[in-house]
Design a protein around this ligand. Structure first.
Ligand code: PHE
Length: 499
């Protein structure tokens, strides 16, 4: 009997050591602030500064903003809470979390999220590379001496191997995005606290300071107020189904939902902390950056219209070139010194925003390989970074360099980068839909409740609980399922004119 007991206690002791060992190996955020900054860093990204303003411009300004806000708080916030709860309850990566809580089969949903993360990072890093190059060329080169920015951008994204140096700097996008991926890998390789948390603690506050500085300046420019009006006074006649589809899609992408980034970050979050209030702060932090990015861009665009004596509508604010073509033109109009300062700061801001997001994207597959395959973090990080960088090459050369990728016959003549970006949107909404089904039909919404009580003792009696239940059980699966179908029809069959 004694032997049996010894045996048992010995085994228990080793099991305990092993758990402690793996927990210590996984790493943790040092506290609530570290987690919130890192998750907000993941959320605030190119989606806020590059995509949000042009989508708002295309969809009627203020009305888009209104729809977007409803999507964030009524649908996306509950999904965010659910994702973080899954990660923290399972204390594992995306695959490990789903399989631990729901069985091996559900693990495939985690793998699907990891795949989506790789897809997103592959094209995201290309656009981040463009922004990084612009930062260098505006701050230290002579980009602002061009005054045909449309032409410049076209050539810049087209010839990725352009090794000619302009003002002492290379023009090669291949180099810029490679450097950007290396920066991402360098941060992730340092681990959760020393890498991800520490870098976010520097970059996120800097980002806010730069953003506020530029807004204050842009609001003092002539005609700025007319831009503010376009942005803030809704015209309900502009409300179309397309506005809702775009708003929902954008809200999902912007909050980094549906692919496991927040499951992974949630798994490093202490049980002592409150998830519901942290998720609210993250949603507000992200939405405020998107909101103020619009508040920065539209006054600038209206200022340009005033300077050139044209109608603001004539300035093409639509599409990805907004920040790469229209904004440099505005910086040019500010004169050589001020243009360099404001323009350089703006692109530095874009780089910070992008880097805090690429870090979270890379962490998803890395956490999977570290947790499941027990690979060494440093080695996995560099290997994954290399693989994803190579996956991004077709997107990089799809901007004109390789004509076949510039106009895909099966994708209505669109380029490969757009194709991958659209596929990511679909993966996120499908992932979010299945996640809400997972919580309510498999893991059990009461188990989510149990997780949410940690750090929030009044949760069970709160109204937030009822709201989360209704959204996760009914609204999210139905709405996100519908949205996924609509996006697929819209993208592949071009039915956007029907809706
Ligand atoms: N939320 C990021 C942005 O707005 C993009 C992102 C999506 C990051 C999904 C991680 C996961 O730019």
């Amino acid at each position: 009997m004694k032997r049996l007991f010894d045996n048992f206690s010995l085994r228990f002791y080793f099991a305990l050591i092993a758990t402690q060992h793996t927990m210590a190996n996984r790493g943790n955020f040092s506290g609530r602030l570290g987690f919130i900054l890192a998750a907000a860093g993941s959320a605030v990204g190119l989606g806020n500064i590059w995509r949000f303003p042009y989508l708002a411009g295309e969809n009627g300004g203020a009305i888009f903003l209104l729809v977007y806000l409803c999507c964030i708080f009524l649908l996306c916030y509950p999904i965010m809470v659910g994702e973080i709860a899954i990660g923290r309850a399972a204390n594992s990566d995306a695959f490990g979390s789903y399989s631990r809580l729901g069985g091996k089969k559900w693990g495939y949903l985690g793998l699907f999220g990891i795949f989506a993360g790789i897809l997103i990072l592959s094209f995201y890093n290309v656009v981040a590379g463009w922004a990084f190059g612009y930062f260098l060329h505006i701050s230290f080169g002579d980009l602002l001496n061009h005054n045909n920015f449309g032409g410049f951008f076209g050539e810049y994204v087209n010839d990725i191997l352009d090794l000619s140096s302009v003002g002492g700097l290379t023009n090669s996008n291949l180099v810029f995005s490679l450097v950007f991926m290396c920066l991402t890998a360098l941060i992730v390789s340092q681990g959760i606290q020393k890498g991800i948390e520490a870098s976010n603690k520097i970059m996120m506050p800097s980002l806010y300071v730069i953003l506020i500085g530029i807004i204050i300046y842009s609001l003092t420019l002539p005609n700025a107020l007319s831009g503010v009006k376009f942005y803030l006074i809704p015209d309900f006649s502009e409300l179309k189904i397309q506005t809702v589809v775009d708003g929902l899609k954008q809200a999902f992408f912007s909050l980094s939902l549906g692919m496991g980034a927040l499951i992974t970050y949630g798994s490093y979050f202490s049980k002592k902390e409150n998830i519901t209030s942290s998720a609210a702060i993250i949603s507000i932090a992200d939405t405020s950056v998107a909101f103020v990015s619009g508040l920065m861009v539209f006054p600038l665009v209206h200022f340009l219209a005033y300077k050139l004596n044209i109608n603001p509508q004539e300035i093409g604010t639509s599409g990805p070139p907004l920040i790469f073509v229209v904004l440099p033109q505005i910086f040019y109009e500010m004169g050589p010194v001020l243009g360099r300062i404001i323009g350089g700061s703006f692109f530095l801001l874009v780089c910070f925003a992008a880097l805090t997001s690429t870090v979270s994207l890379l962490e998803v597959p890395v956490a999977y390989l570290v947790d499941q395959k027990k690979w060494k973090r440093k080695r996995v990080v560099w290997l994954m970074a290399l693989i994803i960088f190579v996956c991004g090459l077709p997107s990089m050369v799809s901007q004109g360099m390789i004509p076949a990728l510039n106009s895909l016959p099966f994708y209505r003549g669109q380029d490969f980068l757009t194709f991958i970006a659209d596929m990511s949107d679909i993966c996120l909404t499908v992932g979010g839909c299945l996640m809400s089904i997972f919580i309510s039909r498999k893991w059990g919404i009461h188990n989510m409740d149990v997780e949410l009580v940690h750090g929030n003792s009044t949760y069970m009696q709160s109204r937030v609980r009822t709201f989360l239940h209704i959204t996760i059980k009914w609204i999210a699966p139905i709405l996100l399922g519908l949205l996924s179908v609509v996006i697929i029809l819209e993208k592949f069959f071009g039915i956007e004119n029907l809706i």
